[in-house]
Ligand binder design. Structure first.
Ligand code: 2NL
Length: 370
Protein backbone atom coordinates (compact mmCIF):
# COMPACT_ATOMS: atom_id res chain seq x y z
CA UNK A 1 0.00 0.00 0.00
CA UNK A 2 1.34 3.40 -0.99
CA UNK A 3 1.86 5.81 1.88
CA UNK A 4 -0.82 8.46 2.39
CA UNK A 5 -0.88 11.32 4.91
CA UNK A 6 -3.50 10.76 7.55
CA UNK A 7 -4.96 13.38 9.84
CA UNK A 8 -3.50 13.52 13.32
CA UNK A 9 -5.87 13.45 16.28
CA UNK A 10 -3.32 12.57 18.97
CA UNK A 11 -0.56 15.19 19.34
CA UNK A 12 1.32 13.45 22.15
CA UNK A 13 5.11 13.15 21.79
CA UNK A 14 4.81 9.37 21.12
CA UNK A 15 2.08 9.85 18.47
CA UNK A 16 4.11 12.55 16.67
CA UNK A 17 7.22 10.37 16.86
CA UNK A 18 5.37 7.41 15.29
CA UNK A 19 3.73 9.46 12.54
CA UNK A 20 7.12 10.97 11.62
CA UNK A 21 8.94 7.66 11.58
CA UNK A 22 6.19 5.96 9.48
CA UNK A 23 6.49 8.78 6.98
CA UNK A 24 10.32 8.59 6.85
CA UNK A 25 10.31 4.80 6.39
CA UNK A 26 7.80 5.12 3.52
CA UNK A 27 9.95 7.75 1.81
CA UNK A 28 13.11 5.75 2.23
CA UNK A 29 11.42 2.56 0.85
CA UNK A 30 10.15 4.42 -2.18
CA UNK A 31 13.57 5.96 -2.83
CA UNK A 32 15.11 2.48 -2.91
CA UNK A 33 12.66 1.34 -5.56
CA UNK A 34 13.52 4.00 -8.10
CA UNK A 35 14.81 2.26 -11.26
CA UNK A 36 14.42 4.77 -14.07
CA UNK A 37 14.72 8.49 -14.63
CA UNK A 38 10.93 8.67 -15.04
CA UNK A 39 10.38 6.94 -11.68
CA UNK A 40 12.85 9.34 -10.04
CA UNK A 41 10.91 12.35 -11.31
CA UNK A 42 7.58 10.87 -10.18
CA UNK A 43 9.10 10.13 -6.74
CA UNK A 44 10.38 13.72 -6.36
CA UNK A 45 7.07 15.20 -7.46
CA UNK A 46 5.07 12.98 -5.13
CA UNK A 47 7.03 14.09 -2.06
CA UNK A 48 8.08 17.65 -2.88
CA UNK A 49 5.44 19.16 -5.19
CA UNK A 50 4.35 22.48 -3.79
CA UNK A 51 0.77 21.76 -4.83
CA UNK A 52 -0.40 18.63 -2.99
CA UNK A 53 3.02 16.98 -2.53
CA UNK A 54 3.32 14.87 0.63
CA UNK A 55 5.31 17.53 2.51
CA UNK A 56 2.68 20.13 1.65
CA UNK A 57 -0.04 17.74 2.85
CA UNK A 58 1.80 17.16 6.13
CA UNK A 59 2.12 20.89 6.62
CA UNK A 60 -1.59 21.36 5.92
CA UNK A 61 -2.96 18.44 7.87
CA UNK A 62 -0.65 18.06 10.82
CA UNK A 63 0.16 21.70 11.61
CA UNK A 64 -2.99 23.52 10.69
CA UNK A 65 -5.19 20.99 12.53
CA UNK A 66 -3.06 21.08 15.71
CA UNK A 67 -4.62 22.31 18.99
CA UNK A 68 -3.11 25.60 20.15
CA UNK A 69 -1.00 24.14 23.00
CA UNK A 70 0.50 21.46 20.72
CA UNK A 71 1.32 23.78 17.77
CA UNK A 72 4.87 24.66 18.87
CA UNK A 73 5.94 21.07 19.53
CA UNK A 74 4.27 19.86 16.30
CA UNK A 75 5.99 22.68 14.32
CA UNK A 76 9.44 21.61 15.55
CA UNK A 77 8.68 17.96 14.71
CA UNK A 78 7.35 18.71 11.24
CA UNK A 79 10.38 20.87 10.43
CA UNK A 80 12.72 18.05 11.49
CA UNK A 81 10.76 15.66 9.33
CA UNK A 82 10.87 18.03 6.33
CA UNK A 83 14.65 18.33 6.52
CA UNK A 84 15.03 14.55 6.62
CA UNK A 85 12.60 13.99 3.74
CA UNK A 86 14.34 16.66 1.66
CA UNK A 87 17.65 14.87 2.30
CA UNK A 88 16.19 11.54 1.19
CA UNK A 89 14.63 13.01 -1.95
CA UNK A 90 17.80 14.85 -2.93
CA UNK A 91 20.02 11.80 -2.57
CA UNK A 92 17.60 9.46 -4.33
CA UNK A 93 19.03 8.15 -7.62
CA UNK A 94 18.36 5.59 -10.31
CA UNK A 95 19.52 2.19 -9.01
CA UNK A 96 22.80 0.92 -10.53
CA UNK A 97 24.81 4.00 -11.38
CA UNK A 98 22.40 6.73 -12.26
CA UNK A 99 24.36 8.75 -14.81
CA UNK A 100 25.92 5.73 -16.56
CA UNK A 101 22.52 4.10 -17.11
CA UNK A 102 21.04 7.31 -18.44
CA UNK A 103 23.88 7.62 -20.97
CA UNK A 104 23.47 4.00 -21.98
CA UNK A 105 19.87 4.30 -23.02
CA UNK A 106 19.32 3.33 -26.63
CA UNK A 107 17.39 5.46 -29.04
CA UNK A 108 15.49 2.70 -30.81
CA UNK A 109 14.29 5.12 -33.48
CA UNK A 110 17.86 5.48 -34.89
CA UNK A 111 18.63 3.51 -38.08
CA UNK A 112 20.55 0.24 -37.51
CA UNK A 113 24.31 -0.19 -37.89
CA UNK A 114 25.05 -1.51 -41.37
CA UNK A 115 27.66 -4.25 -41.25
CA UNK A 116 29.45 -4.72 -44.56
CA UNK A 117 29.19 -8.30 -45.78
CA UNK A 118 32.66 -9.78 -46.26
CA UNK A 119 33.91 -11.85 -49.18
CA UNK A 120 35.22 -15.40 -48.99
CA UNK A 121 39.01 -15.25 -49.03
CA UNK A 122 40.31 -16.50 -52.41
CA UNK A 123 42.61 -19.02 -50.71
CA UNK A 124 39.76 -20.50 -48.66
CA UNK A 125 37.50 -20.49 -51.70
CA UNK A 126 40.08 -22.48 -53.66
CA UNK A 127 40.59 -24.77 -50.63
CA UNK A 128 36.87 -25.56 -50.43
CA UNK A 129 36.55 -26.05 -54.19
CA UNK A 130 39.38 -28.61 -54.24
CA UNK A 131 38.11 -30.42 -51.13
CA UNK A 132 34.57 -30.66 -52.52
CA UNK A 133 35.77 -32.15 -55.85
CA UNK A 134 37.33 -35.04 -53.92
CA UNK A 135 34.45 -35.35 -51.44
CA UNK A 136 32.17 -36.00 -54.41
CA UNK A 137 34.50 -38.87 -55.37
CA UNK A 138 33.98 -40.40 -51.91
CA UNK A 139 37.08 -39.02 -50.14
CA UNK A 140 36.85 -38.15 -46.42
CA UNK A 141 38.46 -35.02 -45.00
CA UNK A 142 41.18 -35.59 -42.39
CA UNK A 143 43.05 -32.94 -40.40
CA UNK A 144 45.92 -33.04 -37.93
CA UNK A 145 48.38 -30.99 -35.84
CA UNK A 146 50.46 -28.14 -37.29
CA UNK A 147 53.19 -28.73 -34.65
CA UNK A 148 54.52 -32.18 -35.53
CA UNK A 149 57.29 -34.54 -34.55
CA UNK A 150 60.26 -35.25 -36.78
CA UNK A 151 58.94 -38.84 -37.00
CA UNK A 152 55.63 -37.97 -38.68
CA UNK A 153 56.97 -35.10 -40.78
CA UNK A 154 60.10 -36.86 -42.07
CA UNK A 155 61.06 -40.32 -40.79
CA UNK A 156 57.81 -42.18 -41.57
CA UNK A 157 57.73 -40.45 -44.97
CA UNK A 158 61.00 -42.04 -46.08
CA UNK A 159 63.18 -38.95 -45.82
CA UNK A 160 66.76 -40.24 -45.46
CA UNK A 161 68.57 -38.87 -42.36
CA UNK A 162 70.47 -36.16 -44.21
CA UNK A 163 67.96 -35.39 -46.92
CA UNK A 164 68.12 -31.66 -47.82
CA UNK A 165 64.39 -31.19 -47.11
CA UNK A 166 65.18 -31.69 -43.40
CA UNK A 167 67.64 -28.86 -43.60
CA UNK A 168 67.20 -25.85 -41.37
CA UNK A 169 66.88 -23.87 -44.61
CA UNK A 170 63.40 -25.32 -45.08
CA UNK A 171 62.09 -26.45 -41.73
CA UNK A 172 61.07 -24.28 -38.79
CA UNK A 173 62.06 -26.23 -35.67
CA UNK A 174 60.63 -25.62 -32.22
CA UNK A 175 63.43 -24.37 -29.93
CA UNK A 176 64.85 -26.35 -27.01
CA UNK A 177 64.28 -29.87 -28.38
CA UNK A 178 67.94 -30.96 -28.53
CA UNK A 179 67.61 -33.16 -25.43
CA UNK A 180 65.03 -35.41 -27.12
CA UNK A 181 65.80 -38.22 -29.55
CA UNK A 182 65.57 -36.89 -33.12
CA UNK A 183 62.25 -38.58 -33.94
CA UNK A 184 60.48 -36.85 -31.02
CA UNK A 185 61.71 -33.34 -31.74
CA UNK A 186 58.98 -30.86 -32.55
CA UNK A 187 58.74 -28.74 -35.68
CA UNK A 188 56.16 -26.92 -37.76
CA UNK A 189 54.95 -29.42 -40.35
CA UNK A 190 56.35 -28.64 -43.80
CA UNK A 191 53.55 -30.56 -45.58
CA UNK A 192 50.27 -32.22 -44.58
CA UNK A 193 51.62 -35.74 -45.23
CA UNK A 194 52.01 -36.47 -41.46
CA UNK A 195 48.21 -36.57 -41.29
CA UNK A 196 48.19 -39.38 -43.84
CA UNK A 197 50.51 -41.45 -41.64
CA UNK A 198 48.37 -40.64 -38.56
CA UNK A 199 45.21 -41.64 -40.47
CA UNK A 200 46.74 -44.92 -41.66
CA UNK A 201 47.68 -45.70 -38.03
CA UNK A 202 44.01 -45.31 -37.09
CA UNK A 203 42.12 -46.64 -40.12
CA UNK A 204 42.72 -49.89 -41.97
CA UNK A 205 42.64 -49.95 -45.77
CA UNK A 206 40.82 -49.29 -48.01
CA UNK A 207 41.02 -45.52 -47.47
CA UNK A 208 40.39 -42.42 -49.57
CA UNK A 209 41.32 -39.22 -47.74
CA UNK A 210 41.87 -35.56 -48.57
CA UNK A 211 43.92 -33.44 -46.18
CA UNK A 212 43.84 -29.65 -46.29
CA UNK A 213 45.93 -27.62 -43.87
CA UNK A 214 48.43 -24.88 -43.11
CA UNK A 215 52.12 -25.67 -43.43
CA UNK A 216 55.31 -23.70 -42.71
CA UNK A 217 58.69 -23.37 -44.37
CA UNK A 218 61.65 -21.18 -43.53
CA UNK A 219 61.30 -19.17 -46.76
CA UNK A 220 61.71 -15.39 -46.75
CA UNK A 221 58.46 -13.81 -48.02
CA UNK A 222 58.43 -12.57 -51.61
CA UNK A 223 55.91 -12.47 -54.48
CA UNK A 224 55.75 -16.27 -54.70
CA UNK A 225 56.82 -17.42 -51.19
CA UNK A 226 55.27 -17.16 -47.75
CA UNK A 227 56.57 -18.84 -44.57
CA UNK A 228 53.00 -20.02 -43.96
CA UNK A 229 50.92 -21.41 -46.79
CA UNK A 230 48.21 -23.99 -47.50
CA UNK A 231 48.47 -27.46 -48.86
CA UNK A 232 46.01 -30.14 -49.85
CA UNK A 233 47.15 -33.74 -50.10
CA UNK A 234 45.21 -36.82 -51.06
CA UNK A 235 45.72 -40.52 -50.52
CA UNK A 236 43.98 -43.61 -51.86
CA UNK A 237 44.99 -47.07 -50.63
CA UNK A 238 43.33 -50.33 -51.63
CA UNK A 239 44.15 -53.65 -53.26
CA UNK A 240 45.31 -53.16 -56.86
CA UNK A 241 45.50 -49.34 -56.97
CA UNK A 242 47.48 -48.48 -60.11
CA UNK A 243 49.07 -45.48 -61.76
CA UNK A 244 46.07 -45.59 -64.13
CA UNK A 245 43.77 -44.89 -61.13
CA UNK A 246 46.01 -41.94 -60.22
CA UNK A 247 45.85 -40.52 -63.75
CA UNK A 248 42.08 -40.99 -64.10
CA UNK A 249 41.33 -39.45 -60.69
CA UNK A 250 43.56 -36.41 -61.16
CA UNK A 251 42.44 -35.84 -64.77
CA UNK A 252 38.83 -35.74 -63.54
CA UNK A 253 39.74 -33.42 -60.65
CA UNK A 254 41.56 -30.96 -62.95
CA UNK A 255 38.59 -30.82 -65.35
CA UNK A 256 36.26 -30.20 -62.40
CA UNK A 257 38.53 -27.41 -61.08
CA UNK A 258 39.71 -25.65 -64.23
CA UNK A 259 37.02 -26.50 -66.80
CA UNK A 260 36.20 -29.59 -68.85
CA UNK A 261 38.41 -28.52 -71.78
CA UNK A 262 41.75 -28.70 -69.91
CA UNK A 263 44.14 -31.49 -70.81
CA UNK A 264 46.52 -33.11 -68.32
CA UNK A 265 50.12 -34.16 -68.79
CA UNK A 266 52.31 -36.19 -66.38
CA UNK A 267 56.07 -35.71 -66.24
CA UNK A 268 58.47 -37.91 -64.24
CA UNK A 269 59.70 -36.37 -61.02
CA UNK A 270 61.00 -37.29 -57.57
CA UNK A 271 59.52 -37.28 -54.06
CA UNK A 272 60.95 -39.26 -51.15
CA UNK A 273 57.54 -40.81 -50.32
CA UNK A 274 56.40 -41.88 -53.81
CA UNK A 275 57.84 -44.19 -56.46
CA UNK A 276 57.31 -43.59 -59.31
CA UNK A 277 56.64 -39.87 -58.90
CA UNK A 278 55.27 -37.29 -61.31
CA UNK A 279 54.43 -33.64 -61.75
CA UNK A 280 51.01 -32.93 -63.16
CA UNK A 281 50.60 -30.18 -65.75
CA UNK A 282 47.35 -28.79 -67.15
CA UNK A 283 46.91 -26.79 -70.34
CA UNK A 284 47.34 -23.13 -69.39
CA UNK A 285 43.91 -21.79 -68.49
CA UNK A 286 45.12 -18.23 -69.10
CA UNK A 287 46.20 -18.60 -72.74
CA UNK A 288 44.33 -21.83 -73.49
CA UNK A 289 47.59 -23.63 -74.29
CA UNK A 290 48.81 -21.31 -77.04
CA UNK A 291 51.58 -19.72 -74.97
CA UNK A 292 50.46 -16.28 -76.20
CA UNK A 293 48.06 -13.59 -75.06
CA UNK A 294 47.32 -11.69 -78.23
CA UNK A 295 50.78 -10.72 -79.42
CA UNK A 296 52.29 -10.84 -75.88
CA UNK A 297 53.96 -13.89 -74.33
CA UNK A 298 51.78 -15.66 -71.70
CA UNK A 299 53.55 -15.18 -68.36
CA UNK A 300 51.88 -17.76 -66.06
CA UNK A 301 52.93 -20.69 -68.32
CA UNK A 302 56.16 -19.02 -69.50
CA UNK A 303 54.93 -19.47 -73.08
CA UNK A 304 54.92 -23.25 -72.77
CA UNK A 305 51.12 -23.60 -72.79
CA UNK A 306 51.37 -25.85 -69.69
CA UNK A 307 51.09 -25.05 -65.98
CA UNK A 308 52.42 -27.30 -63.22
CA UNK A 309 49.66 -27.82 -60.65
CA UNK A 310 50.72 -30.64 -58.34
CA UNK A 311 53.06 -33.47 -57.43
CA UNK A 312 51.93 -37.08 -57.20
CA UNK A 313 52.98 -40.72 -57.34
CA UNK A 314 52.51 -44.26 -56.11
CA UNK A 315 53.11 -44.52 -52.35
CA UNK A 316 56.63 -45.84 -51.75
CA UNK A 317 56.58 -49.32 -50.11
CA UNK A 318 59.00 -47.92 -47.50
CA UNK A 319 56.21 -45.62 -46.27
CA UNK A 320 53.77 -48.52 -45.91
CA UNK A 321 56.39 -50.39 -43.83
CA UNK A 322 55.82 -47.85 -41.01
CA UNK A 323 52.09 -48.70 -40.83
CA UNK A 324 52.34 -52.32 -41.95
CA UNK A 325 50.86 -53.67 -38.69
CA UNK A 326 47.58 -51.85 -39.35
CA UNK A 327 46.87 -53.69 -42.60
CA UNK A 328 49.20 -51.78 -44.94
CA UNK A 329 51.37 -54.67 -46.11
CA UNK A 330 53.00 -53.36 -49.31
CA UNK A 331 52.85 -56.89 -50.73
CA UNK A 332 49.05 -56.85 -50.47
CA UNK A 333 47.98 -53.27 -51.03
CA UNK A 334 49.07 -50.26 -53.07
CA UNK A 335 48.12 -46.61 -53.22
CA UNK A 336 48.61 -43.25 -54.85
CA UNK A 337 49.13 -39.86 -53.24
CA UNK A 338 49.27 -36.29 -54.43
CA UNK A 339 49.89 -32.85 -53.01
CA UNK A 340 49.20 -29.31 -54.17
CA UNK A 341 49.77 -25.77 -52.96
CA UNK A 342 46.42 -24.04 -52.48
CA UNK A 343 47.85 -20.51 -52.49
CA UNK A 344 49.73 -21.06 -55.73
CA UNK A 345 46.59 -22.39 -57.42
CA UNK A 346 44.56 -19.44 -56.08
CA UNK A 347 47.19 -17.03 -57.52
CA UNK A 348 46.81 -18.68 -60.94
CA UNK A 349 43.04 -19.01 -60.77
CA UNK A 350 42.42 -15.37 -59.86
CA UNK A 351 45.32 -13.82 -61.77
CA UNK A 352 46.96 -12.40 -58.62
CA UNK A 353 50.69 -11.63 -59.03
CA UNK A 354 51.82 -11.44 -55.37
CA UNK A 355 51.13 -14.11 -52.71
CA UNK A 356 51.67 -11.49 -49.97
CA UNK A 357 48.32 -9.91 -50.90
CA UNK A 358 46.65 -13.05 -49.53
CA UNK A 359 48.07 -12.48 -46.05
CA UNK A 360 47.93 -8.72 -45.57
CA UNK A 361 44.21 -8.52 -44.85
CA UNK A 362 43.76 -5.35 -46.93
CA UNK A 363 40.00 -5.00 -47.48
CA UNK A 364 40.56 -3.12 -50.75
CA UNK A 365 42.16 -6.30 -52.12
CA UNK A 366 39.72 -8.74 -50.52
CA UNK A 367 36.61 -6.77 -51.56
CA UNK A 368 37.41 -7.54 -55.19
CA UNK A 369 36.41 -11.15 -54.53
CA UNK A 370 32.96 -10.24 -53.18
C1 2NL B 1 53.87 -31.35 -53.92
C2 2NL B 1 53.99 -32.81 -53.85
C3 2NL B 1 53.13 -34.74 -52.82
C4 2NL B 1 52.55 -36.68 -51.57
C5 2NL B 1 52.65 -35.32 -51.67
C6 2NL B 1 52.28 -38.45 -49.89
C7 2NL B 1 51.91 -38.74 -48.60
C8 2NL B 1 52.10 -40.00 -48.13
C9 2NL B 1 52.65 -40.97 -48.89
C10 2NL B 1 53.03 -40.61 -50.16
CL1 2NL B 1 51.65 -40.35 -46.52
N1 2NL B 1 52.85 -39.39 -50.64
N2 2NL B 1 52.10 -37.21 -50.36
C11 2NL B 1 52.94 -37.48 -52.63
C12 2NL B 1 53.43 -36.89 -53.78
C13 2NL B 1 53.52 -35.52 -53.90
O1 2NL B 1 53.19 -33.38 -52.86
O2 2NL B 1 54.46 -30.74 -54.75
N3 2NL B 1 53.11 -30.76 -53.03
C14 2NL B 1 52.91 -29.35 -53.02
Amino acid sequence: MAYTVSKLTDYSAQALEKAASDCLRACSDEAAQVRTEAQLKAFRDRWMARKNGILTQINDQWLKGAPKDAKREAGIRVNELKTKIQGLVESAHVAGSGEALASETVDITLPGVRRPIGAEHPVMRTWREIVSVFQKLGYSVAEGPVVETDYYNFEALNFPPNHPARDTQDTLFIAGQQEKPQRERLLLRTHTSPVQIRTMEKMRPPIRIIIPGTVHRNDPPDASHSPMFHQIEGLAVDTNITFGDLKGTLDHAMKALFGSSVKTHFRPSFFPFTEPSAELYVTCFICGGSGKRGSDPCRPCKQTGWIEVLGCGMVDPNVFEFVKDNGYDPKKISGFAFGMGVDRLALLKYGVDDIQLFFQGDVRFLQQFG
